[in-house]
Design a protein. Structure first.
Length: 124
């Protein structure tokens, strides 16, 4: 019986200079469900992944939710909720930027960089 040892790929020990994660409208129909956001946040901040700079881009289209759905107040609080998640779930030395981009209506936008002191990393 021939047993071969499987080697890791030659690039497996490389440390990524930058990593990007994207999210779109990651909220439920009645509340914020941030499972994907939290998973991406963990992936970018986990020291085992050795990400030098992580970017998490979070997009929300307000027009996807009817005004009567009661989701607009939930969306209004979303940047603060994301800030809290970032503060609670990362080491202070982590090089992570969360870019919150909301399209309140066609042709307009709301942008926020979390944490604000890293806004130069994304050109804001």
């Amino acid at each position: 019986m021939d047993i071969r040892r499987i080697k890791p790929p030659p690039f497996s020990r490389h440390e990524p200079k930058a990593a990007l994660e994207f999210g779109l409208n990651e909220i439920g129909t009645t509340k914020m469900e941030l499972k994907h956001f939290k998973k991406d946040l963990r992936r970018l901040t986990d020291s085992r992944n050795k990400v030098e700079r992580g970017y998490l881009l979070f997009f929300v289209r307000r027009e996807d939710y009817h005004k009567k759905s009661k989701m607009h107040p939930v969306i209004d609080r979303l940047p603060d909720v994301l800030k809290r998640e970032v503060e609670e779930n990362q080491e202070p030395t982590t090089n992570l930027v969360v870019l919150y981009l909301e399209s309140p209506s066609p042709g307009s936008s709301r942008k926020e960089v979390i944490p604000k002191d890293r806004s130069a990393w994304v050109g804001f």
